[in-house]
Ligand binder design. Structure first.
Ligand code: PLP
Length: 391
């Protein structure tokens, strides 16, 4: 089946209890035990037992995630759904790393990834990390050590939209006997499927595009069942950051329209990025769909679209500009139906890893929503005029 068809049907079926054509919301935290429970392990996740070990709605969502991430082509891939994207990232690090291990991580990632790998895991567990520009495969290769067990990359990266060449990074990780995990939250399985390019594990914040409606939170790790079973046994059952059935149900409903939404996010972001780049009141625009983006050609070759995320700055007071917006909402998070903008100043601790213009001007991370792009451009133009005068 094609991707759009899987998006509609995967994980759904007629409910045998009621005949309903949608799988129901099963709000239960435990399941009836078998007649003879003496052989059951309380850490088991293959028999319905307790919602921390696995639940009906989590299971249906996981089936949908695994099918979309592999375009239905690999039966040996499974997904683990957890309470948030950060719970999913932590689950990867917690399950596959131990004291003394080393990680090569992209220097531009979601902030919790940075904090976990540069502070919390080193301090608490003696795990070390080297941060590198992951858009340069040779930098990844040079950072590998004998004790490197994991390479972790985010592409497109938050907030710079830098792109990594996953096939080349996967080769380097595997030659060193390390796993490659990829945070593909910005790309979603519509624009790129890292497992097909050689990655071992894909992480998504389901809070963002996959749910898409700004209500539920969730996260997932997808990979070979041998790996996801280890995540279930260690991080799901024994750390316990599980997804609620209601959030699993909401996210599964949101995912039905993922391919349609991503097409609109991509085309609107392209229009908005082109408008901003052509405007002299704008200092810079970072968007993989612009030929000025340093990895535009790599993105065009390895992705099925450039995404809905961009970063830019105005040649003036970023906060005053944001305050002058009427339609575009100032809030964190991304990938929602509504457009969201957040101002991050140039003196952020991580800014030394960002391009110079991000440090000079700060940046506005812009999640281009599903509104008509003409209304978005009008709102941007109005706010630019309010702060900097007419073009
Ligand atoms: C938001 C985000 C996360 C964290 O997800 P939560 O659901 O907020 O925990 C991880 N990676 C990226 C790229 C994100 O944008």
């Amino acid at each position: 089946m094609h991707f759009e068809t899987l998006s509609v049907h995967a994980g759904n079926a007629v409910d045998p209890g009621t005949g309903a054509i949608r799988r129901p919301l099963v709000m239960a935290n435990s399941y009836a035990l078998p007649d003879d429970p003496s052989q059951l392990s309380w850490s088991d996740f293959s028999t319905p037992l307790y919602t921390r070990n696995g639940g009906a709605n989590q299971g249906w969502l996981e089936e949908k995630l695994a099918l979309l991430e592999t375009a239905g082509e690999r039966g040996d891939v499974d997904a683990v759904a957890l309470a948030s994207g950060v719970a999913a990232l932590h689950a990867v690090f917690f399950t596959f790393l131990r004291s003394g291990d080393h990680v090569v991580c992209a220097d531009t990632t979601y902030v919790a990834t940075y904090t976990l790998l540069t502070r919390l895991l080193p301090e608490k567990y003696g795990i070390t990390a080297t941060l590198v520009d992951a858009s340069d495969p040779e930098a990844v290769r040079a950072a590998i050590r004998p004790e490197t067990r994991l390479v972790h990359v985010e592409t497109p990266a938050n907030p710079t939209t830098r792109i990594a060449d996953l096939a080349r990074v996967a080769e380097i990780a595997h030659a060193a006997g390390a796993l490659l995990s990829v945070d593909a939250t910005f790309a979603t399985p519509v624009l790129q499927r890292p497992l097909a390019l050689g990655a071992d594990l894909v992480v998504h914040s389901l809070t963002k595009y996959l749910n898409g409606h700004g209500d539920a939170m969730g996260g997932a790790v997808i990979g070979d069942r041998a790996l996801t079973d280890r995540i279930r046994a260690d991080a799901q059952v024994n750390v316990g950051g599980v997804l609620s059935p209601f959030h699993a149900w909401l996210i599964m409903r949101g995912m039905v329209t993922l391919p349609l939404r991503m097409r609109q996010h991509c085309s609107s972001a392209q229009a908005v990025a082109e408008f901003l780049e052509a405007d002299p009141r704008v200092a810079y625009v970072a968007y993989p769909g612009l030929p000025s983006h340093p990895q535009h050609e790599l993105a065009a070759r390895t992705m099925d679209g450039f995404g809905g995320m961009l970063a830019f700055a105005v040649r003036g007071d970023q906060n005053a500009f944001v305050a002058a917006l009427r339609l575009i909402t100032s809030a964190v998070s991304l990938g929602h139906d509504e457009s969201l903008v957040v101002h991050v100043a140039g003196d952020d601790e991580r800014a030394r890893y960002w391009p110079e213009e991000f440090r000079t001007w700060g940046h506005l991370r812009f999640s281009v929503g599903l509104e008509d792009p003409r209304d978005l451009v009008a709102d941007l133009d109005r706010a630019l005029t309010a702060v900097l005068g007419p073009r």
